[in-house]
Design a protein around this ligand. Structure first.
Ligand code: FNR
Length: 188
């Protein structure tokens, strides 16, 4: 069986981002049947409908194609002022187009948030799932992965909290289950 191709998107551009550190840890965890590629959002311009369509920027075409080629997505964001980061929202706005033909439509997505606060970015995650539903993506129905006190769980840009990592690994298994459902055209 071929590995599931998972695309990792981080809503933080910070070089020592906790969100990106979590993605890198998953990538290095050698999960069964998973091939995780992290796609940086650093070169995504601000959304401008005038620039969309056939003439959309190369970085946007690359993002849309990376989403299209993936079997599923792990999307992780910090919480900024009780919402997802502008970086991620902006990328989702680009990815949502063309209207009715988004590469995200029907795509299984496992959402996660992190924060140094004990609330773990839960408000941002609610917003992420709401936005994904509007694009008709397929958020994994599961207990939310909100990682509070993240600064105490990261060392050398990697997640070192085994309990949190175990919960995340179960989330990835759930994502793989949704990928199978989509592949087999199972509706819910
Ligand atoms: C924050 N932070 C934050 N945290 C939180 O739990 N709720 C919030 O509403 C906010 N708001 C917020 C706004 C802005 C502009 C910044 C810069 C930060 C803290 C944030 O969670 C923290 O900086 C994370 O470490 C950012 O994620 P990365 O960059 O480590 O992935």
């Amino acid at each position: 069986m071929a590995n599931d191709k998972i695309l990792g998107l981080s809503g933080s551009l910070r070089s020592h981002s906790y969100c990106t550190a979590v993605l890198k840890t998953i990538q290095e965890s050698a999960l069964t049947g998973v091939e995780l590629t992290i796609h940086s959002l650093a070169d995504i311009p601000l959304y401008n409908q005038d620039e969309d369509g056939d003439r959309s920027p190369a970085s946007i075409k690359a993002l849309r194609e990376a989403i299209r080629q993936s079997d599923g997505i792990i999307m992780i964001s910090p919480e900024y002022n009780h919402g997802m980061s502008g970086v991620l929202k902006n990328a989702l706005d680009w990815a949502s187009r063309p209207y009715g033909a988004s590469s995200l439509a029907g795509k299984p997505v496992l959402t996660m948030t992190t924060s140094p606060a004990f609330t773990g970015g839960v408000r941002a995650q609610t917003q992420m799932n709401e936005t994904l539903l509007s694009i008709q993506a397929w958020p994994v129905p599961r207990a939310q992965t909100v990682i509070g006190s993240i600064h105490e769980k990261i060392r050398d840009d990697r997640l070192v909290d085994e309990v949190t990592l175990g919960f995340i690994k179960n989330g990835v298994v759930a994502l793989q289950g949704e990928i199978v459902r989509v592949r087999n055209h199972v509706t819910r």
